[in-house]
Write a protein that binds this ligand. Structure first.
Ligand SMILES: *Cc1c(COP(=O)(O)O)cnc(C)c1O
Length: 424
């Protein structure tokens, strides 16, 4: 790719920051500091998002209400705990592109993945396979394999892995389609990580859903790396379910709560079983405690326990920032930010680096996975010492995610400069 000298300069990066209408959001986050007092170049928001400054106050509010009100806080806290999860629903639905009734913040990601598989993976002798990516996140693979075994099947015959072609890293759409057609009505469930945590590839949700449904399979997505990153548009895509965590692009804090989406077509379907608990029961009669289970006619029926308010306060605090910034604007900035990073990194030359993330902006989010030829972890340690926080995957891949909420074009430029110097 051609790149002009002018674009490879700190002043050009700063001029892009000047024009950025979201630039004020950076100030609303705590940036981790180096020993010299300078902020790190933090490009790890795909792993753990930074802390919004307003989150501390949100947590203190709940501690205060608990201190002063005890159990009465369920009704009389500033933000009453009884309906607390509902305060998050609309903003969460906007982030992932769903109707409010289809979205709930609950549990953590892998727990939600299991709960969804309880409902949407019910294998029979003829239809027992789960399709996942060969390089799926380990937790997703463990979850799928254990579900298969729990139903008395064998992962060696029931787990189908989508592999990239020889010499390639990302999956081709036509190959995904071919595997789905090949396994046809033996597929019970297709479940992909979207975007893929390793390559950063964003799979086409509507198409994969259509191909899966044509074979009579359910189709779900683990959007750990998608939520708050790409425009998922889950409702219109027609997929059956999705799960995600809120601590990556969504800045809800370490081990923060996850989310779940169940398409509205399944909400009242009595043929879809689920694990049930009191928080999924009709809110009007929940505390009578004697009635038979009467599900809330929404994804809330999948809730089990009364939720951890402190953890949920952190999710809500972050969602408020997403409401202010808006996914449209975030996505627009992200395209520019990642495009700038791509331009700079590619200028280092093909002999040195190879970006394995798709170059087509509609097939990726913020993350670029940069393979550094002939490098080992010493290179990564070097850039870390120079003030970059990124992520290293053996044998030779650096994952960086400039996130539009708080990263700047200057961050991207500084990363490039540090990487270039470390390579020399
Ligand atoms: C981050 C991530 C997880 C982590 O799961 P937890 O249950 O939140 O610990 C699982 N799957 C994918 C694809 C991830 O990116």
């Amino acid at each position: 790719m051609l790149i002009s000298k002018e674009q490879i300069s700190l002043s050009y990066a700063r001029s892009l920051d000047e024009k950025d209408e979201l630039k004020s959001f950076r100030d609303r986050f705590h940036l981790p500091l180096q020993k010299n007092g300078e902020p790190y170049v933090y490009l790890c928001g795909n792993s753990l998002g930074l802390q919004p400054k307003q989150t501390e106050e949100a947590l203190i509010q709940e501690l205060k209400d608990w201190k002063n009100l005890g159990v009465e806080g369920h009704f009389h806290a500033k933000n009453p705990w009884m309906p607390y999860h509902e305060f998050l629903t609309k903003a969460m639905a906007n982030v992932i592109g769903a109707k409010p009734a289809e979205v709930v913040v609950m549990n953590t990601l892998t727990v939600n993945l299991h709960l969804m598989m309880v409902s949407f993976y019910r294998p029979s002798k003829e239809r027992h396979k789960i399709i996942i990516e060969a390089d799926a996140f380990p937790s997703d693979k463990y979850a799928a394999e254990s579900q298969i075994r729990m139903h008395g099947f064998d992962p060696s015959t029931s787990l189908v892995e989508l592999k990239a072609r020889e010499g390639e890293v990302c999956l081709r759409n036509e190959d995904i389609k071919a595997v789905i057609e090949e396994h046809g009505n033996s597929i019970a469930l297709i479940m992909l990580g979207n975007t893929n945590y390793y390559t950063g590839q964003y799979y086409n949700i509507p198409e994969i859903t259509k191909w899966g449904h044509a074979q009579g399979a359910f189709v779900g997505f683990d959007c750990a790396h998608g939520a708050g990153n790409v425009q998922l548009d889950l409702h219109n895509s027609g997929c059956d379910f999705a799960v995600w965590c809120n601590y990556k692009y969504l800045n809800a804090g370490p081990g923060g709560m996850g989310g779940a989406f169940v398409h509205e077509r399944h909400h009242q379907n009595k043929n879809i079983p689920r694990f049930e608990g009191w928080w999924g029961h009709n809110k009007e009669t929940r505390f009578k405690m004697r009635d038979a289970f009467e599900p809330i006619p929404s994804v809330e029926a999948w809730q089990l326990s009364n939720p951890p308010i402190l953890a949920m306060a952190a999710v809500w605090s972050s969602l408020k920032l997403f409401e202010e910034a808006g996914m449209d604007r975030l996505r627009k900035k992200a395209d520019k930010l990642t495009g700038f990073l791509e331009l700079l990194v590619n200028s280092l030359g093909d002999e040195v680096i190879n970006i394995i993330t798709p170059s087509n902006p509609s097939e990726r989010g913020s993350q670029l996975s940069i393979q550094v030829r002939k490098a080992d972890k010493a290179l990564f340690d070097k850039i870390t010492a120079e003030g970059v926080i990124a992520d290293w995957r053996e044998p030779d891949v650096i994952r960086v995610a400039p996130v539009p909420m708080y990263n700047s074009f200057e961050d991207v430029f500084n990363f490039y400069t540090i990487l270039k110097n470390a390579l020399n």
